[in-house]
Design a protein around this ligand. Structure first.
Ligand SMILES: Cc1ncc(C[n+]2csc(CCOP(=O)(O)OP(=O)(O)O)c2C)c(N)n1
Ligand SMILES: [Mg+2]
Length: 532
């Protein structure tokens, strides 16, 4: 069948704009309505990663984004494809991560219709807007392109959150109305600084503090070496949220790891005479029921004005991009003489004991992995105990984004596609999935995506016979386990069926050796570790 669709269409304008910002991979599933995005991928040098469910496309794009430092781009078809990606979009919203979702929509004139169109959905942008805020149905190619420029500016200067653009099918397939010069990437400008007087006040408080502490969240990850410099200048211990893991190297003597959810770390923050909170909502999901109630002064840095007061009212608000504000603080503290190094060994010991007591075997698995894996390895975790009782505390990282995880939204099925996305972004970087049996089953179809993408990717499945966390929750309230002890597949045969190399680990003594073998495997591999 020949068609009269112009090749210089709006699909080309949109994809060209994305390519001009450096996007060289997209995650999605082609469908009848989104083909005018797909037509242009190969000519533009954009790699399509076809996952086997759109949720995996969303999480794949998140893993890719974290390693690439660019927003993840998801392309779905209209209706079900878009809705399937919504857990991932809601995750990016909750975790403050940049993502662009492109979908086709009903042609102009048939929006909101109920006439039996393919994938007819009552109000897709209304539904998506309810979840993530930014969802727009455009009326033209120029509007779509403009929204992409706006998205990049927003990711650079706002709290990153997903953006959805719906392009009516007739617009998508129609001739481009966009001037080629409008497709060029626009300069994003310098990160936003905070008001000088607020910086001076903050520097004064921090400069005279005798027990300063830095609490770094996900919003601190762009500060590079400046955060460590500030910590050293103040001799301030740095404790991070899980999203802030690696804000400074965790082997550094001032690092207390990503342990803000532990009572001893919260006590330290609360007792400090000057607490500097950077890019964190200080939310319940990061504090595990604890509270940050500083007895001393509190300073917050955030790019989102609403977050400056969220959960904790500071004495000084520094509204700006942490990557600009931390250097501002350093400049304002020029000449400051660092105080004596804080004595942290005892506290560090307490934190490790507290963390280990939650799940000693999961601590041990992570310690084995930390010893055998290269220090720049990226671990993709999931909402499984092995991640939040294990990797967070017992897999120290050097850099940001070495643990891919969703501590707040906590969706099962994140880890495997995120690992694939990370590996697509940086094929030379060691990436390992470390995932519970329950979580892995939410995304098991993405094994074939990993095979298809040719990624060298060991996935470790920690099998405790089902939904261990929920089983524990039930026990804690005197409920007999119901719906949590799960029938397990033959994991090795399952993985082999998809074309993975698979290993069974019978005892933890074998784990290091098997992981070393898996690291040398071409393509994805599964390591099944039963800890039942
Ligand atoms: C999409 C989704 N559905 C349900 C839950 C509730 N939930 C939280 S943890 C968990 C168990 C996960 O099992 P597994 O990955 O094996 O980890 P384990 O708890 O056994 O360590 C469940 C069902 C969730 N977090 N996300
Ligand atoms: Mg389990």
């Amino acid at each position: 069948m020949t068609t009269s669709i112009p090749t210089n269409n709006v699909g080309l304008a949109v994809m060209t704009t994305l390519r001009n910002y450096g996007i060289d991979a997209i995650f999605g599933i082609p469908g009848t309505h989104n083909l005018e995005f797909y037509r242009h991928l190969e000519p533009l040098g954009i790699r399509p990663v076809t996952t086997r469910h759109e949720q995996g496309a969303g999480y794949g794009s998140d893993g890719w984004s974290q390693l690439k430092g660019l927003p993840g781009v998801v392309i779905t078809t209209s209706g079900p494809g878009l809705l399937n990606a919504m857990s991932a979009a809601a995750t990016s919203y909750c975790e403050s991560r940049p993502m662009i979702i492109l979908s086709p929509g009903a042609p102009r004139g048939s929006e909101f219709s109920d006439i039996g169109l393919l994938h007819e959905t009552k109000d897709p942008t209304g539904a998506v807007r309810a979840l993530i805020g930014r969802s727009t149905r455009v009326a033209s190619g120029s509007e779509a392109v403009e929204l992409i420029h706006e998205a990049f500016a927003f990711f650079a200067h706002g709290r990153p959150r997903p953006v959805h653009i719906e392009i009516p099918l007739d617009v998508l397939e129609g001739a481009s109305d966009v001037d080629p010069s409008a497709l060029e990437a626009r300069p994003l400008g310098a990160p936003k600084t905070a008001a000088d007087d607020a910086v001076a006040t903050a520097a004064e408080i921090l400069g005279r503090a005798s027990t300063p502490v830095i609490l770094a969240g996900g919003g601190s990850l762009g500060t590079g070496g400046a955060l460590l410099e500030l910590a050293e200048l103040l001799q301030a211990p740095v404790v991070t949220t899980i999203n802030g893991k690696g804000a400074i190297p965790e082997a550094h003597p001032l690092s207390l790891g990503s342990e803000i959810r532990l009572a001893a770390a919260q006590d330290l923050c609360n007792a400090s005479d000057a607490l500097l909170v950077i890019g964190s909502k200080v939310g319940e999901s990061e504090l595990w029921g604890g509270k940050i109630v500083p007895q001393g002064s509190c300073i917050r840095i955030d790019i989102d004005p609403a977050q400056l007061q969220c959960n904790l009212a500071p004495d000084v608000e520094l509204l700006g991009n942490a990557s600009a504000v931390v250097p501002q603080l350093l400049a304002a503290l020029a000449g400051h003489e660092p105080g004596p190094a804080p004595e942290l060994d005892h506290l560090r010991g307490e934190l490790r004991t507290e963390a280990r007591s939650m799940a000693p075997v999961l601590a041990q698995i992570n310690e084995i992995l930390a010893a055998v894996l290269p220090s720049d390895t990226v671990i993709a975790g999931d909402s499984s105990q092995i991640t939040y009782f294990g990797t967070t505390s017992f897999f120290p990282v050097q850099k940001p984004h070495q643990l891919l995880y969703t501590p707040a939204y906590a969706t099962l099925g994140y880890g495997l596609p995120a690992a694939i996305g990370a590996k697509v972004a940086d094929p030379d970087r060691p990436v390992v999935g470390l995932i519970g049996d329950g979580a892995l089953m939410f995304a098991v179809q993405e094994f074939i995506t990993a095979v298809e993408q040719g990624v060298d990717l060991p996935i470790i499945c920690v099998n405790n016979g089902g939904y261990g966390e929920i089983r524990q929750n039930m026990e804690d309230r005197d409920l007999a386990p119901v719906g949590v002890n799960l029938t397990q597949p033959d994991w090795v045969r399952l993985a082999e069926g998809f074309g993975l190399t698979a290993f069974n680990v019978e005892s933890l003594d074998e784990l290091a050796g098997v992981v070393t073998k898996a690291l040398a495997v071409k393509g994805p591999s599964l390591i099944h570790v039963s800890i039942e």
